[in-house]
Design a protein around this ligand. Sequence first.
Ligand code: GNR
Ligand code: NI
Length: 179
Amino acid sequence: MAIRPIIETPDPLLRQISSPVAEVTEEIRMLVDDMLETMYAAPGIGLAAIQVGVPKRVLVIDLQEPEEEGGEPVRDPLVFINPEILRASDVLQVYNEGCLSVPEMYAEVERPDSIRARWLDRDGKAHEKDLDGLLAICLQHEMDHLEGVLFIDHLSRLKRDMILKKLAKWRKERSKLAA
Ligand code: GNR
Ligand code: NI
C-alpha cells in the first residue's frame, strides 16, 4: 500500500467526470487500498479516486474518530464503487463540511438528510441501503467529486470567493513557514 499525493483546487483534474468501473479487478483493489491509506494519513473521513488523480468511480469512507487516546485506532473502512443515489429525502440537513482538496476551509452545506444508495464493495458485491446522518452527508460529498463538484460549489459566489481568498492566504503563510 502507498500514500498518494492529494490534488487540491484549482487543479483542473478535480473538475473531470469520473468513469464507471467495468470490473473490480486487482488493480482497482490496489487503488482502494492506497486510497484508504492516503485517507487515514491525511487524516480525512472520505476520499474520492479523482482526489489522487484517478478519474474512476471509486470512493472510500471511514467515519471513525481518528486515534482514541492511547489505544489502537478503531477502523471501519467502507468502499463504494460505481455508487448511485436511488432516492433522496426532501428533508435537508446542514453540516459544516471540509475537503482535503480545499485544505483548512470549512463551510455549512445543505444536503438531503437521508438517501437510498446502491454500490459495489471491494469484492464487487452489490449493496443497496438507506443511509442517514454523517454517512449520507459524506457519501453525497464524495459522489459530488465523481461529477467534478466541490463543496464550495454549493455556496453563494460571495462565500466561495471568500474561501478561495482565505485559501490563497493560508497557502502563502504555509510556503513562508516551509522556506
Ligand atoms: O475529511 C473530510 N471531512 C468531511 C467533513 C464534512 C463533510 C465531508 C467531509 S469529506 C472530507 C474528506 C474529503 O475531502 N473527501 O472528499
Ligand atoms: Ni472532498
